[in-house]
Design a protein around this ligand. Structure first.
Ligand SMILES: CC(C)(COP(=O)(O)OP(=O)(O)OC[C@H]1O[C@@H](n2cnc3c(N)ncnc32)[C@H](O)[C@@H]1OP(=O)(O)O)[C@@H](O)C(=O)NCCC(=O)NCCS
Length: 175
């Protein structure tokens, strides 16, 4: 059944209010997962990094008082977008939104919550492209993004201790 969710949008000014919610939700989503643990322990640093961006945009889904999941990202710096080295030609319209995180807690998986979060976040954007990274060892997550219109344009390992990621791109607005 589709849960009755409340989706709320946040910006950089809201970071102090939502910071701990994001951190607690990430801990819950990955509890019991040992893969890439050390890298994932740096999540609070990433929250501050992304949340401090002037264009930070976040959506949190709640089911009553419970957080069901969240999605966030920020516009890329022109000329330094993740896709640059993977495409031979720069797209004509190239303003890029980097989707940094999408997480849904276990009880709300396979309920459409992830897609709703993604659509809600992207629905506020007037960028031309959306780009995200998916661990190459998670082909089902990659397939999920493909079903939403993304295509893989390359692979990248942004940090020495991070997984190897598929770089995935979609034109905006979403169809
Ligand atoms: C990605 C996510 C938001 C998708 O939620 P959803 O639309 O409800 O879809 P599901 O949870 O059913 O995930 C789709 C498939 O990918 C798999 N999958 C999801 N996250 C995964 C992960 N971190 N590692 C490996 N496989 C994963 C699921 O097991 C599922 O496979 P199945 O169909 O065989 O059961 C949710 O699974 C999640 O929060 N995962 C953990 C965080 C994550 O990996 N985020 C993506 C970062 S790019």
């Amino acid at each position: 059944m589709t849960p009755a969710l409340t989706l709320r949008h946040y910006t950089r000014d809201d970071l102090p209010q939502i910071r701990q919610i994001l951190i607690d939700t990430q801990r819950d989503v990955y509890s019991g997962v040992t893969e890439d643990e050390e890298f994932r322990q740096r999540f609070p640093w990433f929250v501050d990094h992304w949340g401090g961006h002037p264009g930070f945009a976040c959506v949190i889904a709640r089911d009553g008082d419970e957080v069901a999941g969240f999605a966030y990202g920020a516009p890329g710096t022109e000329g330094r977008e993740w896709w640059r080295k993977h495409l031979d030609e720069t797209p004509e319209r190239a303003r890029t939104f980097h989707l940094s995180e999408l997480m849904v807690r276990e009880p709300w998986r396979k309920t459409g919550t992830a897609e709703r979060l993604h659509r809600a976040l992207m629905g506020t954007r007037n960028d031309d492209l959306a780009v995200l990274l998916v661990d190459v060892t998670h082909p089902k997550v990659q397939a999920l993004y493909e079903s939403w219109g993304y295509r893989k344009v390359g692979e990248d390992q942004p940090f020495p201790d991070s997984p190897v990621f598929a770089v995935m791109m979609s034109e905006l607005p979403l169809s």
